[in-house]
Write a protein that binds this ligand. Structure first.
Ligand SMILES: C[S@@+](CC[C@H](N)C(=O)[O-])C[C@H]1O[C@@H](n2cnc3c(N)ncnc32)[C@H](O)[C@@H]1O
Length: 331
């Protein structure tokens, strides 16, 4: 009989299972339905603080005071630590926030208050189509075009899985330091260019999830995991992490508070998708400065009022990519 790293028959919330991907509905401050040492890798984007409402659920993180927000996130990081195996990696995708003329450096504060996990690296996710920050004094700021990926390790930082994602090296033989050459290509720099999803229009789509792009998750799974590993996302949202995990032959465990996302998550885990070519993520460190080929992608599913199912937006190209607006800001 198959041994599962979690309790399938729990009565404290529904469970969704699609192949080797399992989703629990409930607050990830307590993920007691998942065993200790069940995950090889954790990746997530937590709810924004004081910005978005993901369905007005009781227990929703992000609507409380700032200190309380960090404390509640800490409960989640603690649960991730319990579930993570030794030498596992946790990647947190997070941005800072401005509110009432105060700057909240959320990534720095998470790095300072987290317990058990060691901060080991930071990667910049450069978002060419990021929207301007919603505050009235943005004229006195550079437009924000990036978010952080905080990379934490459990245990020895020299022992975690790491596969360098390599891209062809144009000037392979030009470098006289032959010991520096790698026939397999050079590694991507730690500024990764990936356009964001077009933000969902709640009226049109029936939900409000700040989904991160599949390419971002794919790069992290490629780098920090092996096929067959188990990946955890404690803030699953629309299901991006488990969709990519399924296509990359990793098992997935997800927690999501809002059970209304159940059919959306199922649709997304099951939809077709192809693992990207890392070259298309390579812009800032490309010696030729060619524009990456990835284009902004629209949210794919919508739910009509009073409808219980999600369906694909019509008029979509087969791969789900939309053409760039000529007016779209592009670096
Ligand atoms: C930024 S979204 C995650 C989006 C996700 N990365 C994706 O690609 O769709 C954050 C999610 O956390 C969920 N959430 C908020 N509070 C939660 C809690 N206490 N436990 C679990 N999930 C929660 C929200 O409902 C929302 O779906």
């Amino acid at each position: 009989m198959e041994t599962l790293p979690f309790l399938p028959e729990a009565d404290d919330g529904p469970t969704l299972r699609v192949e080797n991907q399992t989703v629990f509905f409930g607050t990830s401050e307590n993920m007691s339905r998942i065993d200790d040492n069940a995950a090889d890798f954790v990746v997530t984007s937590p709810p924004y603080w004081n910005l978005k409402n993901y369905g007005g659920m009781e227990n929703q993180i992000g609507q409380e005071g700032y200190r309380e927000y960090l404390n509640r996130l800490n409960l989640v990081w603690g649960e991730c630590f319990r579930i993570a195996k030794d030498n596992a990696v946790l990647v947190v995708n997070i941005n800072s926030r401005r509110h009432q003329k105060q700057f909240y450096p959320i990534p720095f504060d998470i790095a300072q208050t987290i317990e058990g996990w060691k901060l080991w690296d930071t990667v910049i996710w450069y978002i060419p189509n990021a929207l301007p920050q919603p505050n009235h004094y943005r004229e006195r700021l550079f437009d924000n075009k990036f978010e952080y990926l905080l990379v934490f390790v459990k245990g020895d930082p020299e022992k975690h899985t790491f596969h360098k994602p390599r891209v062809p090296q144009k000037y392979l033989t030009a470098d006289p330091r032959s010991h520096k050459r790698n026939e397999n290509g050079r590694c991507l720099g730690n500024i990764i260019r990936i356009p964001a999803y077009r933000p969902p229009n709640v009226k049109e789509s029936g939900y409000h999830v700040a989904a991160y792009p599949e390419e971002l998750v794919a790069l992290l799974l490629e780098t920090y995991t092996n096929p067959g590993d188990t990946v955890l996302d404690p803030f699953l949202g629309s299901g991006t992490t488990l969709k990519v995990a399924r296509h990359m032959k990793r098992s997935g465990l997800g927690y999501e508070l809002n059970p209304d996302f159940q059919t959306l998550i199922r649709c997304r885990i099951e939809e077709n998708w192809a693992v990207p070519d890392w070259k298309s993520l390579d812009l800032l460190h490309s010696s030729t400065m060619e524009t990456g080929t990835l284009k902004p992608r629209k949210v794919q599913y919508h739910k009509k009022p009073q409808d219980t199912t999600y369906r694909l937006f019509e008029g979509k190209s087969a791969n789900g990519y939309s053409e760039l607006d000529p007016s779209e800001p592009e670096a």
